[in-house]
Design a protein around this ligand. Structure first.
Ligand code: GDP
Ligand code: CA
Length: 334
């Protein structure tokens, strides 16, 4: 931390949990003059009806920009659904993904800019001119990288016999269409091998005073960010301490279906299980600190400083207090 400039906080984040957490980080940063960069998951991204959709980037952008629907948590407030009705009248598939009219404007601009050759990072910056999220939003990668879910061959197919084979479906089909109910064998981050960190990501990590892992889904939000070659290395080799915030309280994923994802990769759905998945830096992993809820006080992970504070992101003040606790644990607050 320089003497003249404020602290630089980098946050790795998924969509809804990531957006809520970032609202608290931003509130904290405004009090202290810190600068915030969010590196956001793109594994959920999908092309539907010719439109490029980035659910996590949009959830974060709308949440921080005041445009998110507060009940759904995703998509726009005051949304209307005329286009969806018209697509249904054509029996256009897929019909299971909710594309609202207001939301579609975002996807039209994004798709047009991507087709014109702009990288996703530049497109995101352009969209943020309108939303003014108060945080720099970067996709983890500008390259195409999508999470697919390997399921049994005939799972979810009507009338199909149980087969021994398997097939991969897009994460959105598994999550939104099947509500994560199809037994999953594994997750594959398609395109990860040849992906590079997006423009600005490595510079942000190099300039970070602290890196926080948002309480996002560890398996399908944080892991795909870390799967971009060079990104994990930049964290482990960097000088900035890395502190994670548990997305699990007790044995429950607070909202969402992280338990299904953790079960698939054989990780216990607990604050301890997720910490062990990320690993302590002292044991070759990622973390210098792990923040758990007071319900999980007493959780012990070898070689990892753990602190218990309330982790319910009920409002911005509560989430800003989580941020302060994470930075204290990181040792970057005086
Ligand atoms: P998504 O990409 O929209 O699914 O959202 P994220 O991956 O960013 O976050 C989803 C995860 O946030 C869920 O799986 C929960 O485990 C976690 N979560 C949601 N609300 C809270 C909360 O209030 N406190 C904590 N600690 N975790 C939460
Ligand atoms: Ca997501």
């Amino acid at each position: 931390m320089g003497e003249d400039d404020g602290m630089h906080i980098v946050v790795l984040a998924g969509g809804i949990g990531g957006g809520r957490f970032l609202a608290g980080v931003r509130a904290f940063a405004r009090q202290t003059g810190a600068e915030v960069t969010a590196v956001v998951n793109v594994g959920d991204d999908v092309t539907l009806h010719g439109l490029r959709i980035c659910p996590d980037l949009d959830s974060v952008m709308y949440t921080l920009g005041g445009g998110a629907d507060p009940e759904r948590g995703w998509g726009r407030r005051d949304e209307t659904w005329t286009v969806r009705e018209e697509l249904a009248a054509y029996q256009a598939e897929p019909s299971w993904f909710g594309l609202g009219d207001r939301d579609i404007a975002t996807h039209l601009i994004r798709t047009t800019m991507l087709n014109a050759g702009y990288p996703l990072s530049a497109v995101t910056a352009a969209l943020c001119v309108r939303w003014q999220p108060g945080v720099r939003l970067l996709p983890a990668t500008d390259d195409r990288m999508e999470t697919h879910v390997v399921v049994e061959q005939d799972a979810g197919r009507e009338g199909g016999p149980a087969g021994a084979g398997e097939r991969a479906i897009h994460f959105q089909e598994w999550w939104v269409r099947h509500h994560a109910r199809l037994p999953a064998r594994r997750f594959v981050f398609v395109g990860a091998e040849s992906a590079k960190p997006a423009e600005g990501v490595l510079d942000a990590l190099a300039g970070a005073d602290v890196v926080l892992l948002a309480p996002s889904n560890p398996v399908v939000s944080i892991a795909p960010i870390l799967a971009v070659p060079g990104l994990r290395e930049a964290l482990t080799a960097g000088r900035a301490p890395v502190v994670g915030v548990s997305p699990i309280i007790g044995s429950a994923p607070v909202r969402g279906m992280a338990d299904k994802c953790l079960a698939t990769i054989g990780v216990e759905c607990s604050a301890r299980g997720v910490a062990a998945m990320y690993g302590a830096r002292s044991a070759g992993g990622l973390l210098d600190g792990w923040l758990v809820d007071t319900a999980d006080a007493g959780v012990h992970v070898d070689g990892l400083p753990v602190r218990a504070v309330p982790l319910w992101m009920t409002d911005e003040a509560a989430t800003a207090a989580m941020t302060r606790a994470a930075l204290e644990l990181a040792g970057v607050l005086r």
